[in-house]
Design a protein around this ligand. Structure first.
Ligand SMILES: Nc1ncnc2c1ncn2[C@@H]1O[C@H](COP(=O)(O)OP(=O)(O)O)[C@@H](O)[C@H]1O
Ligand SMILES: CC(=O)N[C@@H](CCC(=O)OP(=O)(O)O)C(=O)O
Length: 263
């Protein structure tokens, strides 16, 4: 089964812009036996709801400062609103989908990140319940996963960056490929004054671009997750724009769309 499933990380930045064909593609791929496992974000929706509720928010090195009050909103928006929106959309276009957060079935186990004093209840993944994901796939459902982690005590919740969670799911499942769907056509670099999409980028080039500030903000957790994946068993991570037509089938056909991260 592992050869036939792949991970799609859907960024909150692009969820509203995903065209119908994105979900039609998902159904067709599933029918053909290439089954996606979805891990989604929802950063902008969390920020909107926090603002509506008058709760202050902020980010440190790309991670949201998360106290108990923020954690309640993160769980409500990710595991409730966004997760169910995606499940409904997939089902509307014919495929079967099952939404879960990392809490359900101990799907994502987590521990506090090193700088917990600064960021609060933000977690890093310690284990993924790959057996549960494989069971869901075997029943013919597309798993749709919200990045909330559960502490080793089985009670504490953690807010996990969605790119980090997706990378961990891909690594623990041992899939060949992860597609990171976002709101830019790949990793951009200014060459001769023109913003250009890099077709491939190496780990070394990424480190240099982070140091120079050419890769910043929300792109940093993506490339870090991608590096972790390709240094393990995942052979391909591609960053693409979700608004591009037929983006999933184009990546799977190797059409050279987006940026491929290579060793
Ligand atoms: N070199 C880069 N190339 C492309 N985008 C970059 C780069 N560096 C930083 N970014 C930023 O990363 C953003 C995508 O990350 P983010 O907003 O967190 O999206 P998502 O919600 O999909 O995770 C882009 O919109 C862009 O502003
Ligand atoms: C710890 C942390 O920062 N968690 C993120 C989780 C959502 C996310 O990562 O969403 P995107 O993929 O849309 O950025 C947050 O609270 O915004």
């Amino acid at each position: 089964m592992q050869e036939h499933c792949f991970v799609i990380k859907c960024g909150g930045s692009t969820l509203a812009a995903l065209p119908d064909v994105f979900f039609i593609d998902m159904h067709n791929l599933q029918q053909a036996g290439t089954i996606p496992v979805i891990v989604h974000g929802g950063g902008p929706a969390i920020s909107d709801t926090l603002a509506k509720l008058g709760i202050e928010t902020g980010f440190i090195h790309g991670l949201r400062k998360t106290n108990e009050e923020v954690l309640d909103v993160v769980e409500m928006v990710l595991a409730g609103q966004i997760n169910k929106e995606i499940v409904r959309k997939i089902q509307r276009f014919g495929a079967k989908a099952l939404g879960l957060s990392g809490v359900d079935g101990h799907l994502i186990l987590a521990q506090p990140v090193a700088n917990t004093a600064e960021v609060g209840f933000v977690g890093e993944v310690t284990a993924i319940n790959a057996t549960l994901i494989k069971g869901i796939l075997a029943m013919g459902y597309i798993p749709v996963i919200a990045p909330i982690g559960l502490g080793e005590d089985g009670n504490q919740r953690y807010n996990i960056n969605a790119d980090t969670a997706a990378g961990a799911v891909a690594s623990f499942l041992g899939v060949e490929r992860m597609i990171v769907v976002t709101d830019v056509p790949g990793i951009l670099k200014t060459i001769d004054g023109v913003k250009t999409v890099l077709p491939t980028v190496t780990v070394q080039e990424i480190e240099a671009m982070i140091t120079s500030g050419e890769i910043y903000g929300g792109m940093i957790p993506k490339v870090r997750a991608a590096i972790q994946c390709i240094q393990g068993r995942v052979s391909e991570v591609v960053i693409v724009d979700g608004a591009e037509p037929e983006v999933l089938s184009r990546v799977l056909q190797g059409s050279g769309i987006g940026t491929r991260i290579v060793k």
